[in-house]
Design a protein around this ligand. Structure first.
Ligand SMILES: [Ca+2]
Ligand SMILES: [Ca+2]
Length: 105
């Protein structure tokens, strides 16, 4: 995934690499494991604080974490569930359309 070997996977490298099959066989497990790490209270959902930690772990910009959280939390209960998180990213990376848009990354 780190195609230029600099030890950092940029989003451009990731986007060039990932497709639906790779997401299903690799990415969902990596993202799910990080999700579980961020989900410190193990209730299967991230609140805004936990979500911001997850984004920092992924190397995403911190300054749009709020926008990304708001886009994911479409029922506005202040929580983003594991399955919803993974399904939304899958839709985004496979080009199936996603409300996340650029806010996710
Ligand atoms: Ca939680
Ligand atoms: Ca929610």
């Amino acid at each position: 995934m780190d195609s230029n070997g600099d030890g950092v996977m940029t989003y451009d490298e990731y986007a060039a690499w990932v497709d639906a099959e790779k997401f299903d066989t690799v990415c969902q497990y990596a993202l799910g494991a990080l999700f579980d790490l961020a989900d410190a209270d193990r209730d299967g959902a991230l609140d805004r604080t936990q979500f911001t930690l997850l984004r920092q772990a992924l190397g995403n910009r911190a300054d749009n974490a709020d926008a990304a959280f708001d886009a994911l939390d479409d029922d506005r209960d202040g929580r983003v569930g594991r399955a919803q998180y993974l399904a939304t990213i899958r839709a985004y990376v496979t080009g199936e359309g996603s409300p996340m848009g650029d806010a996710l990354y």
